[in-house]
Design a protein around this ligand. Structure first.
Ligand code: ABU
Length: 373
């Protein structure tokens, strides 16, 4: 391997070699041809330590389950079923020519502490939340959940490898996550009240999944984990090459934009029909498709998401899209919208709070930085 740094002169000053390899991390959009992807794992997946940041986004019927099972593993048969689906997903991606990488399992039920609080972890199932790829930069996000404080450690072997290969590796300011970061007076405003978010502006926090990338333009939402301070931190970190547009949607439980507004290809946008009653003017001229109603039965356990997770698809390029195998309305809608759906079983994985977009991090897509608006 070539050294990524050279030391020169008596001063010991470091200079990068002129022949530094092309970065193994490079992704500007949600649709450029996918070359390498990280797919999450559910090994050790556990109910996190209970905290006031959870109820604003957990399904109402799950609060008691999370309270009483905090620190315990998710049911073994559900973990096994989700793990099998992740394997199927990885095989499908490889068959489509995509290099698949996996994180390393880390202990999830070992308690850890900061100066102010202690918690157990949750999982490394959703790389989309913990890591944000913008161009050649892979950013560890300052996540707002105490149970996700160390989540990015599962990806550290990959991050080091990508850095040695020439990528830029960054991290947001490590948050303190003291009580000051959470609105201690928070109550659910109900479906019709004004949006009330549980995170305060004490310090910057964000999850990567509150951002969706369209080249120079990045669409964002504030949520129960992403605040203005976090968005501003990212804006300054990225600099003048990018424009971050922040929209508020019709959603009292926002946490991640990728089941609300999904740019699929240049000029093609998938929206959640209730959460996006009016398409932002930025997308003027784009073809807009409203996601079909989900078909997940009420009897299927969804611990951490609404059924809207059915629109959490993954684009392999401007044509091919991974969709849930049992979601025939979505498969039909994708064909009608001009895409080539590739079905994959994922309903058991959905139980853990995500689908194909959440479960992946597109490390490298073939493409360059462009404007699409
Ligand atoms: N990343 C999961 C989003 C789920 C939802 O918005 O319902």
């Amino acid at each position: 391997m070539k050294p990524y740094l050279e030391t020169s002169g008596a001063s010991g000053a470091h200079t990068a070699p002129a022949d530094r390899p092309a970065s193994p991390v490079s992704s500007y959009t949600e649709w450029d041809p996918l070359e390498e992807v990280i797919v999450g794992i559910v090994d050790g997946a556990s109910f996190p330590t209970w905290h006031m940041a959870l109820p604003p986004v957990l399904p109402a019927g799950m609060h008691e389950t999370f309270r009483t099972r905090a620190g315990q593993p998710f049911p073994a048969e559900q973990v096994a079923a989700a793990s099998a689906e992740l394997e199927e997903f990885a095989h499908i991606l490889e068959a489509e020519g995509v290099k698949v990488r996996r994180p390393e399992p880390i202990p999830q039920r070992r308690e850890y502490s900061t100066l102010d609080w202690s918690s157990t972890g949750m999982y490394a199932a959703m790389p989309r939340d913990a890591l944000l790829v913008i161009g050649e930069d892979i950013i560890e996000c300052p996540m707002a959940w105490r149970s996700r404080y160390y989540e990015s450690l599962a990806y550290r072997p990959l991050l080091k490898e990508y850095f040695h290969g020439g990528a830029k590796w960054s991290a947001g300011p490590k948050p303190e996550l003291t009580d000051a970061q959470f609105d201690q007076e928070w109550t659910d405003p109900g479906e019709d009240g004004p949006q009330r978010l549980v995170v305060t502006e004490f310090e910057p926090t964000f999850d990567a999944a509150d951002f969706t990338r369209c080249g120079r333009d990045i669409i964002a939402q504030k949520s129960h984990v992403t605040n203005d301070f976090g968005i501003e931190w990212l804006r300054r970190h990225l600099g003048d090459d990018y424009r971050i547009h922040v929209f508020e949607f019709n959603d009292q439980h926002p946490m991640h934009i990728d089941a609300t507004l999904v740019p699929m290809a240049p000029g093609k946008l998938l929206i959640h029909p209730e959460r996006v009653p009016e398409v932002p003017a930025l997308f003027k001229g784009w073809d807009v498709m409203a996601a079909p109603a989900p078909v997940i039965p009420d009897s299927h356990p969804l611990y951490m998401t609404s059924k809207s997770i059915n629109m959490n698809i993954l684009m392999l390029d401007e044509q091919r899209v991974i969709v849930e195998r049992q979601d025939q309305p979505m498969i039909d809608a994708m064909k009608k919208f001009g895409f080539t759906p590739i079905p994959c079983n994922f309903r058991n994985f959905n139980s853990f709070g995500g689908s194909f977009h959440c479960a992946t991090l597109d490390v490298r897509r073939r493409g360059t930085l462009q404007s699409y608006f």
